[in-house]
Write a protein that binds this ligand. Structure first.
Ligand code: AMP
Length: 614
């Protein structure tokens, strides 16, 4: 592992000194592999566990997925393997086949520079044949689920008589899944001399008892953070799959009102990749990591300070001590492996008395880290949703409007075109608004102004509900047949002509409709606020008199024009330039969630202070 990068990293007084993998006592081959995978520094659990395991002591580690616990036990094992030994030396027990495979992959990754290491996954559901022939050839490390390991022991096909290292990964999960007895049998039937490392996210009494009985004076390692975060930083998280991360980041960049941003990634290569993808989408982004020379790093940071650059994609080490007032947002593209580094990361925003925003991407497996961070920082993290297509489009329209306003302010230049446009209008007998729209087409080029709606989710309504509608969808005066559109057959979805652009919130809608229509809160079903309109579920059996009263309702001064939502585009011919009218997006009655490939949309850089639109 190269350490020069860490040594030259800028330090600040409020941060502990950087510990390197080399400091932990690991050998050259493992260090080289770590350098290949791009880890710069050990996570907290690694820094605490690796030296203890290398010393030969047993360990009980309180750690969740996402903290780097796999490397914490895998590295010391790999470092001490005797490749000449044919019988298994290390056994890792994991609760599920997925985790077992993941741990196997991790071992293989860290063993890439050590020739001849054999790692074997052993789990139920896989044929015995593959496992048996591999066992016969000889393996050094076995990663398996307790049930299948027990089967092999019962059959006499697995010889653990010379086992040196036993790891119980996610011990609490193994107990929850009913493996307590198997785990205890394996612990009892393997050599007393083995070293045991037990990792668990929680420490129920059963695990305490097990560790007392089967572990030899273990060192207990809990990675707790003493640091706290500033309350001027708003902390949010987004549950997102690994594959969705780039699209999620792009959407966040579009809708968040940011000035400058640091995006944290776990590895050097990830910083390069993310920065590259952002540049390809039109953002000014650069990567800094331990491999980037100090001079270049300083240059990049200065660009961020001066506003030439808006997004810095960094590893923890490269961003240490960074103090740039413009940073309004920190995005943890990969969530920190420990709470202390989380606190340091988000401390890059909210500097000099400003407020800041921190958004963390959390994969479903890493959910547990959110609680750990909340406990350590003693501050709540709010879950956010992936910005919807509508939200993205609202900001795009708002920016489009800003550009028109800014251009109109250049009075002299506008003046020069006035006569030309007037001449065109006279000679071609075309409305001015159409000419303006045509010029917008020219200005916009091939890039679509708005995102397309996400693919429609499969209908959830029962079959009977999909019968064609019988009423005239523009019939607002007569009483249309009301029928449910949503999942609740007793509710009907109504459309009202106020939406995000009118700054309405669900509570205003409930308040206004309840007051005018004499409804109670319990009468309301789901409320969805769309850019130019909203959808409100109300009881299907509402009397006509209530509907009549509701039709006179105004919210924020605007008539709500309540009508049954038909789910169609609802675009009326004269709606074209009616800003406050319904359906500016032409029927975006869809669930916006889910991923979509918007790679070709290249938004312009977004100013932090958008002019208010309406
Ligand atoms: P784990 O908690 O073992 O599931 O690890 C969570 C993630 O952190 C995995 O994707 C690892 O590849 C990554 N990781 C582990 N240790 C480090 C480190 N020291 N630096 C950067 N990433 C790491």
């Amino acid at each position: 592992m190269s350490t020069s990068a860490e040594q030259s990293a800028p330090e600040s007084v409020d941060e502990p000194p950087v510990i390197t993998f080399r400091d932990l006592g690991l050998g050259e081959q493992v260090l080289k592999a770590l350098s290949d995978v791009g880890y710069e520094t050990p996570s907290a659990i690694q820094a605490a566990t690796i030296p203890t395991l290398l010393e030969g002591r047993d360990v009980v580690g309180l750690a969740q997925t996402g903290t780097g616990k796999t490397a914490a036990f895998a590295l010391p094992i790999l470092d001490r393997l005797d490749l000449a030994q044919k019988t298994p030396q290390a056994l890792v027990l994991a609760p599920t086949r997925e985790l077992a495979l993941q741990v196997c992959e991790a071992f293989e990754k860290y063993a890439a520079r050590t020739k001849g290491v054999h790692v074997l996954p052993v789990y139920g559901g896989q044929g015995y044949g593959v496992q048996l022939s591999a066992l016969r050839r000889g393996v050094h490390v076995i990663v398996g689920t307790p049930g299948r390991i027990m089967d092999h022991l019962d059959k006499g096909t697995l010889d653990l008589s010379e086992l040196k290292y036993l790891v119980l990964d996610e011990a609490d999960e193994m107990l929850k899944m009913g493996f307590a007895e198997d785990v205890e049998t394996i612990l009892a039937d393997t050599p007393d001399t083995k070293q045991v490392a037990l990792f668990s996210a929680t420490m129920p009494a059963a695990i305490r008892r097990m560790s007392k009985q089967y572990l030899n004076d273990p060192e207990e390692i809990t990675v707790a953070s003493k640091t706290t975060t500033s309350s001027t930083i708003t902390q949010r998280y987004l549950i997102v799959s690994f594959q969705q991360k780039i699209d999620a980041l792009t959407r966040i960049l579009e809708v968040e009102n940011f000035e400058a941003m640091i995006v944290f990634a776990r590895t050097k290569s990830a910083t390069e990749e993310v920065a590259e993808k952002l540049r390809a989408r039109g953002y000014s982004a650069a990567a800094i990591n331990g491999d980037v020379a100090q001079v270049q790093r300083e240059r990049t940071v200065n660009q961020l300070k001066s506003g030439k650059l808006d997004i810095l994609v960094a590893t923890d080490v490269a961003a240490r001590g960074l103090d740039v007032e413009r940073i309004s947002h920190v995005v943890n593209f990969d969530i920190s492996t420990d709470t202390e580094s989380y606190v340091h990361r988000i401390g890059r925003t909210g500097r000099a008395g400003r407020t800041g925003d921190a958004i963390s991407f959390v994969t479903p497996r890493e959910r547990g880290l959110v609680n750990a961070i909340e406990r350590a920082t003693r501050q709540p993290l709010t879950q956010m949703q992936l910005p919807s297509v509508d939200e993205v489009n609202v900001t795009r329209l708002s920016r489009f409007d800003d550009r028109i306003t800014a251009a109109l302010e250049e009075t002299e230049r506008v003046e020069r075109f006035r006569d030309i446009i007037a001449h065109y209008v006279r000679h071609h007998d075309v409305p001015e608004v159409d000419v303006a729209a045509a010029l917008a087409v020219v200005a916009q080029g091939e890039t679509p102004l708005l995102l397309e709606p996400d693919p429609e989710p499969r209908a959830r309504a029962p079959r009977d509900d999909r019968a064609p509608r019988t009423f005239d969808r523009d019939d607002r005066d007569g009483r249309p047949e009301r029928r449910p559109r949503g999942s609740n057959p007793n509710m009907t979805t109504y459309r009202i002509a106020v939406g995000k652009r009118h700054r309405v919130e669900p509570r205003q809608i409930v308040g206004a409709l309840a007051n005018e229509g004499g409804l109670s809160r319990g009468d309301f079903g789901a409320i969805q606020i769309r850019p130019d309109f909203s959808l409100v579920e109300l009881p299907s059996d509402m009397p006509q008199s209530t509907l009549d009263r509701l039709s006179d309702t105004r919210i924020s001064g605007k008539a709500i024009e309540i009508r049954v939502d038909t789910g169609g585009p609802g675009r009326r011919p004269r709606d074209r330039d009616d800003r406050g009218g319904s359906d500016r997006f032409g029927g975006r009655d869809r669930d916006d969630r889910g991923s979509r490939d918007d790679r070709d949309d290249r938004p312009a850089r977004k100013p932090r202070h958008r002019a208010d639109h309406d």
